[in-house]
Ligand binder design. Structure first.
Ligand SMILES: *Cc1c(COP(=O)(O)O)cnc(C)c1O
Length: 390
């Protein structure tokens, strides 16, 4: 049963998902205002958010960078880059090892943009050597699109090595860093990035409502007249901000107010390095705990990110994912189903306003449910030291 919205529980469930994520109370409270989208005060907040995003990314306008905010979820941001920045005779190479790479391919199909796909299995990172060979034999390819952390599995793709290849061949690099931006440091210049897309409800820890695209200004200005969409035209969106400080169409006002607070909290935490360190501790706490329950991650440790982890279903006759999910939800923990095509997995995200102690509680709840499902702890295993959760 869905609880009535006017009967708030004492505490929201904790989200161990790839986004939307658990947010702080102050981020939620920042939304309790009406903001006029045309008002100078609101426009000043949007301007501050754009400045702050560039700063968080380690970029500056002086060095030729811009950031464009766009209504919609992260998918809209990636689609806007394709719709705006690929010339009429352009062609895009997509590196795919999961659902988000495949989604990028679908966007190109819909936009009728020619493309090539370099696939690797879901547990294998993108292959820079294969990209090198593809770019060498296909001069029609103008752009390369890679997914930094492929959230399907939690695998980290080698954007620095890919970027070096793209640079060497003089092509343009688009990175979907939706689930990694602000959750781990990204050196745009070292990785040779031209466009990077992320969104409000991932590691900045805001709420859904818009995506943002970092771009080399000169590259974006060169895209005049190419846009295949009105609402997804990134260059027109940039011109809108520069003309009157406004989104071209109704902005997600509440989401922007929340995002401003989320950016302030990112800075208070110590910036991206400190946030990445917390997420890493979350991930380590999860792995250590899950190992005591007999779980091992789907991915090899060398390619596993600290963003999200896929675990194969346990070898337990009484296990049902649906019951497992519902029991965890009863206890206040929301996890995520698997999305892999090659294995039955569930996923646990370690991003958002969650801390190592929360991961400890989650592992304890998983232990309790496994016991209900007939699991027997290995002989000699230490009893759980976590307090009981009712
Ligand atoms: C979350 C995510 C997206 C965007 O998904 P939306 O549902 O549109 O927000 C895109 N790519 C990756 C890698 C993601 O994790």
């Amino acid at each position: 049963m869905i609880p009535a919205p006017h009967l708030p529980t004492a505490r929201d469930p904790l989200l161990f998902t790839p986004g939307p994520l658990t947010t702080s109370l102050a981020v939620k409270q920042a939304m309790l205002h009406d903001a006029g989208s045309w008002h100078f005060e609101f426009n000043a907040r949007v301007a501050w958010i754009r400045e702050e995003l560039l700063r968080v990314a380690g970029l500056s306008r002086a060095a030729g960078w811009e950031v464009v905010l766009l209504q919609g979820s992260g998918t809209f941001g990636v689609e806007a880059v394709f719709a705006t920045c690929v010339p009429p005779n352009g062609k895009v190479a997509v590196l795919a090892n999961g659902a988000y790479g495949e989604r990028a391919v679908q966007m190109l199909v819909h936009a009728r943009i020619p493309y090539a796909v370099l696939r690797t299995p879901e547990h294998v990172p993108n292959d820079p050597l294969a990209l090198d060979q593809l770019l060498a034999r296909d001069p029609a390819i103008t752009h390369v699109c890679a997914i930094h952390c492929e959230t399907t599995s939690g695998i980290l793709n080698p954007i620095h090595e890919l970027g070096a290849v793209v640079r060497r061949h003089g092509r343009t690099l688009i990175v979907d860093a939706m689930s990694s931006f602000a959750g781990m440091p990204i050196d745009f210049d070292a990785a040779g990035i031209d466009y990077l897309v992320s969104s409000a409800n991932k590691c900045v820890e805001g709420v859904p409502g818009f995506s943002f695209v970092f771009c080399r200004r000169a590259k974006l200005l060169a895209c005049e007249g190419w846009a295949r969409s009105l609402s997804l035209d990134l260059l027109a969106q940039l011109r809108g901000f520069e003309k009157n400080g406004q989104f071209r169409y109704t902005p997600p006002t509440h989401s922007l107010l929340a995002f401003e607070q989320a950016l302030r909290e990112l800075e208070l935490e110590g910036g991206v390095a400190a946030r990445a360190a917390r997420y890493r501790r979350n991930h380590e706490t999860l792995l250590t705990g899950m190992r005591t329950l007999g779980f091992a991650p789907y991915l090899p440790a060398t390619v596993q990110s600290h963003i999200i982890t896929a675990f194969p279903f346990p070898d337990l006759p009484g296990f049902s994912f649906d019951r497992f999910y519902r029991r965890l939800s009863d206890l206040g923990f929301i996890i995520y189903p698997g999305k892999l095509t090659q294995a039955d997995t569930f996923r646990i995200g370690t991003i958002g306003r969650v801390f190592p102690a929360d991961l400890g509680q989650l592992v304890h709840a998983i232990r309790r449910i496994l016991l209900e499902m007939g699991w027997t702890p290995p002989a000699g295993a230490a009893p759980s030291l976590q307090p009981a959760i009712s």
